[in-house]
Write a protein that binds this ligand. Structure first.
Ligand SMILES: [Zn+2]
Ligand SMILES: [Zn+2]
Length: 425
């Protein structure tokens, strides 16, 4: 009897192990690799700490502005992973890289991504360095939002932007930003004399898109290089960041290329586009079959080609983006990648977070506060000079309806609280 029981227990244990292994593998196959997933310390480790009925356990999500970054650590946050047509679940390409030395870099700032950046609660003075892979709007469409929104919320200096040249001056980053600045003339002129004037400038560094592994940035122990990419027209690039013995690669849009295969090798974390599978482009995006094949496999990188590239460069973590990640698309993308790549993989979505050290890569999702307000400015504001204000015309100024009686109590309240003597116009 006891013997029979013993074998039943053994059998039960064996079944449990098989089920747990299955659950673990399923967790990996959805691209999120369990929650949280850590290469060095998987969640199913047998040495997990004892659970207490009164003590908090370590969070299995990332709450912005709640964790120190260790001096040897990189934190990468996906602030946009989707398509040119931004949607509530996915903004277009945007990647926020934070280093343990305090440096922060934004790689691409695609349409819809500025609100994801805001959700990270980082003071805007630290968000002054943007690197553009190319000039499609899904990679720089929210630059104006960070430029003006960041200026109003505590950036007290120009916004620095690095981006590639084009095959003509008109197709380069400098031309694009000169004209974006001109397009913002009304916006910027209307703020003269009202807000801190220092942040309303772009500081643009345009570099040669043909340079192979050329240095585009070097400061504070951080080196950023660019390599060419093959996408739509001449001009697009990818970036390689090296800091503290860690290598991070951000691949912009491209047909798989030989430069990425060579210079992204052995990255700690390598991002590469992995486009919507061709059948979904036809069925869901309503492309013609011809258009879907051309765009999905020739202008961009098909999932199978993404996998082949990752098998060549062998990163510690491969990250795919640039597809709509849904319940009915993820499995197919994963299956296609797995025909050519077996290594560690994150199929990214917005708010995915990677903590990268030499020993570990931890993958989690961020849980964000939708009611977030801007963090405090890190420097003293420069008081604007009211004489710089551009006046209304007489016709427009003369259209003011008299509201002085109902506004005056607010002036009284604020003057009293702050010891001022401000008067209505
Ligand atoms: Zn593109
Ligand atoms: Zn794109």
């Amino acid at each position: 009897m006891s013997r029979h029981r013993g074998s039943t227990t053994a059998l039960t244990s064996l079944i449990a192990v098989v089920i747990m292994a299955g659950v673990y593998l399923m967790g990996r196959s959805d691209g999120r690799a369990g929650r949280p997933f850590s290469l060095a310390n998987p969640a199913h480790a047998a040495d997990a700490p004892t659970v207490s009925p009164t003590k908090a356990r370590a969070r299995d999500f990332y709450a912005p502005n709640s964790e120190d970054l260790r001096p040897d650590e990189m934190r990468l946050i996906a602030c946009g992973t989707g398509m040119p047509t931004a949607r509530p679940k996915q903004a277009a390409s945007c990647w926020l890289l934070e280093l343990g030395n305090g440096d922060k870099f934004v790689f691409d700032i695609g349409t819809g991504s500025a609100e994801r950046i805001a959700a990270m609660q980082i003071p805007y003075n630290f968000l002054d360095k943007v690197f553009l892979s190319h000039l499609h709007t899904d990679h720089f469409g929210d630059l104006d939002a960070l430029f003006v929104g960041g200026a109003l919320a505590g950036r007290q200096k120009p916004l620095r932007v690095w981006g590639p040249s084009g095959d003509t001056p008109e197709r380069g980053t400098k031309y694009a930003l000169d004209h974006l600045f001109k397009a913002l003339t009304w916006d910027i002129d209307g703020r003269a004399g009202i807000t801190d004037p220092r942040p309303y400038f772009f500081d643009v560094t345009e570099f040669d898109y043909k340079a192979v592994n050329g240095i585009v940035y070097q400061d504070n122990g951080v080196t950023i290089r660019s390599i060419p990419a093959i996408h739509s027209l001449d001009g697009p690039v990818s970036f390689i960041v090296e800091w503290n013995g860690l290598k991070f690669v951000f691949g912009g849009d491209t047909y798989p290329n030989k430069w990425y295969a060579e210079y992204a090798k052995d990255a700690d974390l390598a991002i590469h586009e992995c486009f919507v599978a061709v059948p979904d482009m036809i069925d869901k995006f309503r492309f013609t079959p011809q258009g879907a094949l051309a765009v999905g496999t020739q202008i961009h990188t098909a999932p199978e080609a993404f996998g082949k590239m990752m098998s060549i460069i062998k990163p510690r973590m491969a990250v795919g983006y640039h597809f709509f990640k849904d319940f009915d698309t993820t499995a197919a993308i994963n299956d296609r990648i797995r025909t050519t790549y077996e290594g560690p993989l994150s199929l990214s979505e917005d708010y995915m977070v990677w903590n990268i050290t030499k020993d570990d890569i931890r993958v989690r999702m961020a849980i964000v506060d939708e009611d977030v307000w801007p963090p405090p400015a890190t420097g003293k504001p420069q008081v604007p000079d009211p004489s710089l204000r551009i006046p209304y015309s007489d016709l427009i100024a003369g259209g003011r309806y008299d509201m002085k009686d109902v506004i005056q109590p607010t002036y009284d309240e604020i003057n009293k609280k702050y010891g001022l003597d401000e008067k209505q116009e």
